[in-house]
Design a protein around this ligand. Structure first.
Ligand code: K2U
Ligand code: ZN
Length: 185
């Protein structure tokens, strides 16, 4: 497994639409494993394929030690009151803002074995699902903000982006190693 470089804001890949995965092959499972490794190295709780420069419709999530590999995920229900909470993004380091999202979602996806799953989630897990599925459609949390708030955060990013030549954020592997964390359910 590998820790992959993370693409940061300015890399056009973050604005691309991903492609549905036709079959969950060993190559897709290798991408999933590398994405978990990269997410943990970045101290994240989610990561989507475009953030490592790939356009397969795949993301990984791990909240409170419950890990999900999601292939072709879609939100099939989004309801409940609107919830506001601070979000960040591994592709926009050190930039944070309150984002309003539906409090509860139901998602459908394939797991790493190609089996269909349906998960209902609220709280941080529900928010993370929405954040990652946004990534798979070229959407970032900034896009949910008001014009003025987004403009202010983009101005902040302009002052920081030079730390990431080529829009690449290189990570060090951390001590966290999990072969197949979603199988620890
Ligand atoms: O996709 C990503 O960039 C990883 C995001 C996922 C996320 C953002 C906001 C709210 C929920 C999930 C994060 O940067 S991972 C960092 C993090 C860690 C703990 C809690 C919130 C965010
Ligand atoms: Zn993100």
């Amino acid at each position: 497994m590998s820790v992959l470089p993370i693409r940061v804001l300015g890399d056009p890949v973050l604005r691309e639409e991903t492609r549905p995965v036709a079959e969950v092959t060993d190559a897709v499972r290798r991408l999933i494993d590398d994405m978990f490794e990269t997410m943990y190295a970045a101290s994240g709780i989610g990561l989507a394929a475009p953030q490592v420069g790939r356009l397969e419709r795949v993301c990984v999530v791990a909240v409170d030690d419950v890990a999900y590999a999601l292939v072709n995920p879609e939100i099939v229900q989004a309801d409940g009151p609107k919830d506001k909470a601070e979000e960040g993004c591994l592709s926009i380091p050190d930039v944070y803002a309150d984002v309003i999202r539906p409090a509860r979602v139901v998602i459908r996806a394939l797991d790493r074995d190609g089996n269909a799953i349906e998960v209902e989630a609220d709280g941080l897990l529900g928010r993370c699902f929405q954040h990652e599925i946004d990534h798979l459609h070229g959407k970032l949390f900034l896009d949910h903000l008001s014009f003025l708030k987004r403009r202010a955060l983009l101005a902040q990013w302009e002052l920081e982006k030079d730390q990431y030549p080529g829009f690449i954020r290189v990570l060090k592997a951390n001590g966290h190693r999990s072969e197949h964390p979603e199988e620890e359910l």
